[in-house]
Write a protein that binds this ligand. Structure first.
Ligand SMILES: NC(=O)c1ccc[n+]([C@@H]2O[C@H](COP(=O)([O-])OP(=O)(O)OC[C@H]3O[C@@H](n4cnc5c(N)ncnc54)[C@H](OP(=O)(O)O)[C@@H]3O)[C@@H](O)[C@H]2O)c1
Length: 350
């Protein structure tokens, strides 16, 4: 199996680790990154690999005749951002199966947006498959189970999103601020001296920031709208199902959490819902408040499953349920789900 990874940042790095962990057999691995990284040796779980530049494979991105480098074959994972995906992913899908982590194609009606536990069938014969937004991915399986049992009517989500959701640079910025505070305190200085945010619009340590991504006309952010659009597409929801989200960055290094309040068409039997969660793949029931067992980012980090707990009747609607989820957004929200899509194609289509 030939594998190509475009982007060696937070998601690309996790993807390589997961491929080794899940014994995803590969014959060759090519790594592409920004032009500035070209030629550097990258230490990977599969040995040292010299980083390439996609511009050498597709020197004229509008014209296939210009191809000079060796074409991409096997599976290509795009983990580099929407602009890179828009420029190269469709070209790459002419000679390999592309799984794209960016939002570039998620809303195209002819491109499947896939969570394998929910809609693997949507892959069909597509050579380009979109991987959902991290916040959407983490909410999707508990909402899918609920929809199957009782029918979704309204979903209200408040998120608690970690710094690494903004990539390696986001994680580094929070780590730097943590170090700075410790140094300041050690030197008897004011706690926040010398903190100057570059990635986030405000200091993240000791703070929460209720804006992620660009804003639209009605005041919602694109991150919030992604959850609405993508859940409709993955769960094949009718437009009468309403989904609202407030997306908030919190000073957590890894794993996103979400408080979810749902109105359902039919009354929810909480034991039946808990049992569905217990038996579903991709989720772990973590719901014993008396014993302080509930989803948390620390326990959800580096786990394949999304954790679901704090399950209780909604106080907002006549029928429905309220719950809390935590999931590793670099895994189920990105690299793991992308790899699971490739594994599904390998096991079912080849
Ligand atoms: N972080 C998350 O939790 C998360 C979750 C779901 C989806 N995603 C999506 O996954 C993608 C990657 O996110 P990330 O968090 O891994 O970002 P990141 O840590 O900032 O890494 C971005 C990577 O893209 C590479 N890159 C930039 N321009 C390129 C080009 N022209 N050709 C090839 N590679 C290029 C960079 O190369 P250099 O190393 O040379 O700079 C870097 O390795 C984004 O679309 C993001 O929205 C992220």
């Amino acid at each position: 199996m030939d594998v190509n990874i475009v982007g060696k940042g937070a998601v690309g790095e996790e993807l390589m680790a997961l491929m080794q962990m899940r014994k995803f057999t590969l014959d060759t691995l090519r790594i592409f990154a920004s032009p500035g990284s070209k030629g550097q040796a990258l230490q990977t779980p599969f040995g040292s690999i010299t980083i390439e530049d996609l511009a050498d494979v597709y020197p004229q991105t509008q014209n296939q005749d210009g191809i000079t480098g060796k074409l991409l074959e096997g599976y290509t994972f795009f983990c580099a951002g929407g602009d890179t995906s828009k420029q190269y992913a469709k070209l790459a899908s002419q000679s390999s199966i592309v799984i794209d982590n960016s939002s570039a194609f998620r809303y195209d009606s002819d491109i499947p947006l896939v969570i394998p536990e929910i809609n693997a069938h949507a892959i069909g014969s597509s050579k380009l498959i979109a991987n959902p937004n991290c916040t959407t991915a983490i909410a999707s399986i508990p909402l899918y189970l609920l929809h199957n049992l009782y029918g979704l009517k309204r979903v209200s989500i408040a998120t608690y999103q970690s710094a690494s959701g903004a990539g390696g640079k986001g994680m580094d910025e929070l780590l730097l601020q943590q170090e700075k505070v410790a140094t300041n305190l050690g030197a008897g200085q004011e706690r926040y001296t010398g903190i100057s945010p570059q990635v986030f619009p405000h200091q993240l340590i000791d703070n929460v920031i209720p804006r992620i991504d660009v804003i639209s006309n009605d005041g919602y952010t694109k991150e919030e709208m992604k959850v609405d659009w993508e859940l409709h597409k993955i769960l094949n929801l009718h437009s009468i199902v309403k989904i609202g989200c407030t997306a908030v960055r919190v000073p957590v290094l890894r794993a996103h959490s979400e408080a979810i309040d749902v109105e359902t068409a039919r009354p929810v039997n909480l034991d039946e819902y808990r049992s569905a969660l217990l038996h579903a793949s991709g989720v772990t029931l973590s719901d014993d408040i008396e014993r302080h067992i509930y989803p948390m980012p620390l326990t959800a980090s580096n786990k394949y499953d999304v954790f679901v707990g704090r399950i209780r009747p909604t106080h907002t609607f006549d029928n429905g349920v309220t719950f809390f989820v935590s999931g590793d957004q670099l895994w189920k929200g990105a690299a793991l789900n992308a790899l699971q899509i490739a594994e599904y194609i390998r096991d079912h289509k080849e």
